[in-house]
Design a protein around this ligand. Structure first.
Ligand code: SF4
Ligand code: SF4
Length: 399
């Protein structure tokens, strides 16, 4: 076998949490203790040697890399201190940049060096829109207590669509659209690479409905129930943070969808739906409860991550911390903006609301390139695992 190592890839892995890579001497303890590895398709021992050899193309097309839940069991038991959990994390981080589109944005979001630009980009867009909107005034206490942030971008008398909603739409919809397209493009490229790697370029394919029913939906259910997370031993506490965080995202997603429908669709006939919303409105309550769950969940993950680095020797990377900071920023700025509204503090409230919009736009815009991307890549890797093990993954001539 002619091995052609990608030396830059090895260098990247070493700098992104895989610094202990070369210590591995292939004893396979990690594959034995990994609670998610199976007898017929074990990992992460094989990934360790592929990574040592710099076999980038094999690793970015390996579903097992995405099936790993970074529990750290393998790292805890490795007799050489090689931290395979961190190596797999570094490969995942590399994959999001590898599959990311546009490449420049994906690269920018992959390291701490890009952080000032990652913050400046949405901050500038929102500030410029705020200037263009002409809404650059801090409201009186009466206006603020009545309208809250509904006139952040000013007000016009066109009752079909409020000025605020219009400006939020023109910044958030393109950001979300770009993220969805980039994630779709990345996942479909990954899927093709996985199928080619597994020799599964079969002429027999399921219909879209069959694919969703037999492969995608069971994977989504498994993720929502956190079944695989619960199998981890060393870092079992992670489920206590990950679960409320995921539920909070589902709550906030419901709020966002309702707000979009209420403002952009139903609001065309019922202008009152453009707000402001009472704090006792069920949607508002769901938003506030979700914000608290989000802060609690990310707080637990924050403390677990810090503990794993201090006690278990896990490597702290920008990839791991950026998402934690980002989600914390969304939750804290949202809650502080809400508290400022209840307290009638318009100026601090407007500053918090501005920062809240910046953090939300960052979350949308950088979703396909940061750790947040595991949400889609892991879901499809789990669907691929089912697909690979199904009749579609078998050559009928071999049966
Ligand atoms: S990473 Fe550690 S446990 Fe796994 S094969 Fe290498 S030396 Fe053994
Ligand atoms: S971190 Fe956990 S899930 Fe990932 S390979 Fe190691 S033991 Fe398995």
């Amino acid at each position: 076998m002619n091995v052609q190592p990608d030396l830059d890839f090895i260098k990247y892995l070493k700098g992104a949490g895989g610094d202990t890579l070369k210590k591995c001497y292939q004893c396979a303890t990690c594959s034995v203790v990994c609670p998610l590895s199976t007898d017929d398709k074990p990992f992460p021992r094989k990934e360790m040697i592929w990574a040592q050899w710099g076999l980038k193309e094999k690793l970015v097309a390996d579903p097992d890399v995405f099936l790993c839940h970074q529990c750290g069991d393998c790292t805890a038991y490795c007799p050489r201190g090689a931290k395979p959990g961190d190596v797999l994390g570094a490969i995942r981080a590399y994959s999001y940049t590898h599959y990311g589109w546009p490449g420049g944005l994906a690269k920018l979001a992959s390291s701490a060096k890009g952080l000032p630009m990652l913050i400046a980009l949405p901050a500038l867009v929102i500030f410029v829109l705020w200037v263009i909107s002409g809404g650059m005034t801090i409201p009186s206490p009466e206006t603020f207590s009545h309208y809250g942030y509904q006139q952040f971008f000013g007000h016009w008398d066109f009752h079909w669509l409020s000025k605020n909603v219009f400006f939020i739409d023109i910044m958030m919809l393109p950001a979300a659209g770009l993220a969805v397209f980039a994630a779709y493009r990345g996942v479909s490229t990954m899927w093709k690479a996985m199928a080619a790697n597994a020799g599964m370029e079969s002429a027999f394919r399921p219909s879209v409905l069959q694919f969703v029913k037999e492969f995608l939906w069971p994977s989504v259910l498994e993720i929502v129930q956190h079944d695989r997370f619960r199998e981890c031993k060393t870092n079992i506490d992670r489920v206590k943070g990950h679960l409320p965080l995921m539920l909070s995202f589902m709550g906030l997603f419901t709020v966002t969808v309702w707000s979009a429908l209420a403002n952009d669709v139903f609001g065309l006939w019922i202008p009152a739906l453009h707000g402001p919303m009472s704090v006792w409105n069920p949607i508002k309550i769901l938003a506030n409860v979700s914000a608290v769950a989000l802060i609690v969940g990310v707080g637990i993950l924050w403390s677990n991550r810090a503990k794993a680095e201090a006690d278990a020797g896990a490597t702290g990377t920008f990839y791991d911390w950026f998402l934690i900071w980002e989600i914390m920023a969304v939750g804290v700025t949202g809650l502080l903006a809400e508290i400022a509204r209840w307290s009638g503090l318009a100026a601090p409230g407007y500053i918090m609301y501005f920062l809240h919009l910046v953090s939300i736009m960052m979350l949308f815009l950088y979703m396909p390139y940061t750790k947040f991307a595991h949400l889609v890549y892991r879901t499809f890797a789990m669907a691929f695992e089912r697909y690979r093990d199904s009749a579609y993954g078998k050559n009928p001539l071999d049966q």
